[in-house]
Write a new protein. Structure first.
Length: 142
């Protein structure tokens, strides 16, 4: 049978380790939030707006919305059809999460994906956002 003192010591060590890990994670999330805000302003929002403008010139009416901490490209015909990006702070490391919502008759189909695999946030570019948008817009382009 295990000694209570030894078990207590192990439990306390795990508690301390969990607290240190959580503090480190909060630091990573704060840094990722800063990087994401910079990425959002310098790459993501301009890419979403550029795509929306090109789509409008082609007769496909989409608009860009910029809720706090994210960006959304949605159809003007059906507001449920949209591509939205926000920071997923539950992932480790935190990553931009893209949520695609499509209406199929009376069903709403929703899926999530990353922009470009598991690339670090600081390596993502405007071209990565454009590539993702073009991939996800394909069903609406026909």
């Amino acid at each position: 049978m295990a000694d209570v003192a030894v078990v207590r010591k192990r439990v306390r060590a795990e508690i301390e380790k969990a607290r240190r890990d959580q503090a480190e994670r909060r630091g990573r999330v704060a840094e990722a939030q800063q990087n994401y805000n910079l990425f959002l302003e310098s790459a993501a929002i301009p890419a979403f707006r550029m795509i929306a403008n090109v789509l409008k010139s082609e007769g496909l009416h989409f608009e860009v919305m910029t809720p706090a901490g994210g960006v959304r490209l949605q159809s003007e015909r059906n507001r449920e059809d949209a591509i939205e990006m926000e920071l997923d702070s539950t992932a480790d490391p935190p990553q931009p999460l893209v949520t695609i919502t499509r209406v199929r008759g009376s069903r709403i189909v929703q899926s999530d994906r990353s922009i470009k695999g598991s690339n670090p946030l600081v390596q993502l570019t405007e071209d990565d956002v454009i590539d993702m948008l073009l991939d996800e817009l394909r069903p609406w382009l026909v």
